[in-house]
Design a protein around this ligand. Structure first.
Ligand SMILES: Cc1ncc(COP(=O)(O)O)c(C=O)c1O
Length: 483
């Protein structure tokens, strides 16, 4: 255990690292990533950054950029919608990217389509707007979901389907398996029904059971398994998991490019979707002689509106190869060890009077959870230090953490015991677009509850120095009065 007053000399760092290795020996097998960081993520240490927001966005290796630039500089690439040599070259690179994504997620062509989108939200919208919701149908989802999943309820409700939530438990922000099973068994009258939950929470790091996918499908559900926060540090085997729809954002996996994601969709599930429009690129042909004369292209093509990101897609092949060269098992082992250490240290962190200095929301240990940790730093009376002040103080030390609600209102409301009555005033006048900040302030003023959280998340390039510096920062709050 480190002590803050001493504020960390190099020797203390060395001693802490030795202690860490003793407690988390699995980290040793990931030593190659330390070399990789020095070579390929050198800007982190050169610029003095402690990056702890991998759930917000992953970091690119500098070699990814070089390879992409070399590829673009050495080719002439045209819009892939024709038969010219430049067009064919671009189409070949897009095919290569699709194959790389298939390989990486074990999504073989016979069973799955890879639909390229702008991001995970784009993938979710494709499903939401085209799912055959209707009266008698259901959209069932967990409290723990990103707003881009929550937003699908708008499509469901407009088409007359019921929307139903399964809550998370306050003590660990997990779902109660019995409640999930009851909800899965109870709903629907034969009309299409869609169940959505995240493989890993972007709020608490909780990893929800993947087995629910098969159980739900057995009961006639189509399933969205949101892997946006899970995929960056856990292998995703689409074939083994069997979900109908898996949304992904590639910048969360390998940092570059942004603006590129995909929907991994089972072919038969994709065939159930009814797109609300057609666009250039999505049809085989259309006529202006009659309004319903158009043919949607089969498979992924029918879902990729307009021109695909044909210069960006080759960077996906490069990003996937980069992750393959590191190894997802190595990335997983590394972030699990670092997050395990952080959780243990945070649990021990206290003020001089023995009162806790940190409060973690979600599971206290690493079993069935990933390397995303939601927390408060709290004063000796248990009151949280202002989350935005903490973020700003961290920023002054070039520590990037996330604060706010992380687009996951369900986990936030349960973690902070925000009731319907507490939040009602933020929605009572639909004509006033109240901001998150204003709503949080209103709730805090009225109830004393602080609906706001700090999030620390780890990823490929994280090292012991990152988590050590965060603990040093957190220890700086010892005995500090709040407010
Ligand atoms: C679990 C989860 N789902 C969906 C998304 C949406 O991703 P994007 O903003 O890239 O569309 C995120 C982003 O943080 C996420 O964490």
């Amino acid at each position: 255990m480190m002590h803050a007053d001493s504020r960390f000399t190099a020797e203390q760092g060395e001693a802490a690292f030795k202690d860490f290795l003793r407690r988390f020996p699995s980290f040793v097998a990931t030593a190659a990533v330390d070399d990789l960081r020095a070579a390929d993520y050198a800007r982190l240490d050169r610029l003095g950054h402690t990056y702890l927001d991998y759930t917000g966005g992953g970091l690119y290796a500098e070699s990814q950029l070089r390879r992409h630039e070399e590829l673009l500089a050495g080719a002439v690439l045209g819009n892939p919608h024709s038969q010219s040599p430049t067009s064919l070259a671009a189409a070949a690179l897009a095919r290569k990217a699709r194959d790389a994504v298939r390989r990486f997620f074990n999504a073989p062509e016979g069973e799955f389509e890879i639909v390229f989108t702008a991001n995970a939200s784009g993938a979710l919208k494709l499903v939401g707007e085209a799912y055959p919701f209707g009266p008698g149908g259901v959209f069932l989802l967990s409290f723990d979901n990103h707003n881009s999943v929550n937003g699908i309820r708008e499509f469901a409700a407009r088409k007359g389907a019921a929307v139903s939530y399964v809550p998370v438990r306050e003590e660990d922000l997990r779902l109660d398996p019995e409640q999930v099973r009851t909800a899965l068994r109870g709903a629907g009258d034969g009309a299409p029904k869609l169940f959505a939950y995240p493989a890993q929470s972007n709020f608490s790091g909780v990893q929800h059971p993947l087995e629910w996918v098969a159980e739900a499908r057995e009961l006639g559900w189509d399933v969205i398994l949101d892997c946006a926060a899970f995929a960056p540090a856990n292998p995703v085997d689409a074939l083994a998991i069997g979900a109908d729809f898996i949304p992904i954002s590639f910048y969360k996996l390998f940092g570059y490019p942004t603006g590129s994601g995909c929907l991994i969709a089972r072919r038969e599930a994709l065939a159930k979707l009814r797109r609300p429009w057609f666009a250039g690129g999505t049809i085989t042909l259309a006529s202006v002689q009659q309004e319903d004369w158009y043919h949607l292209a089969p498979g992924a093509t029918g879902f990729e509106d307009g021109t695909i990101d044909y210069l960006g897609l080759p960077a996906l092949s490069i990003g996937v190869e980069h992750l393959e060269s590191v190894g997802m098992e190595v990335i997983h082992a590394r972030v699990q060890a670092l997050a395990g250490w952080l959780l243990e240290e945070l649990a021990e962190l206290s003020h001089t009077d023995g009162s806790p200095l940190a409060r973690v929301f979600g599971p206290p240990g690493m079993e069935r959870r990933g390397a995303t940790i939601a927390l408060y730093l709290v004063d000796p009376e248990g009151r949280p230090y202002d989350v935005y002040d903490v973020e700003a103080a961290a920023a002054r030390e070039r520590i990037s953490v996330r604060s706010g609600c992380f687009c996951n209102p369900g986990d936030g409301e349960v973690a902070h015991r925000i009731t319907r009555a507490d939040v009602e005033s933020c929605f009572s006048d639909p004509s006033v677009a109240i901001t998150l900040h204003e709503c949080q302030q209103r709730i805090e003023d009225a109830t004393g509850k602080v609906p706001n959280t700090i999030r620390v998340s780890l990823g490929l390039a994280s090292d012991f120095g990152d988590v050590y510096r965060f603990m040093a920062f957190a220890e700086g709050y010892r005995d500090r009065p709040s407010g």
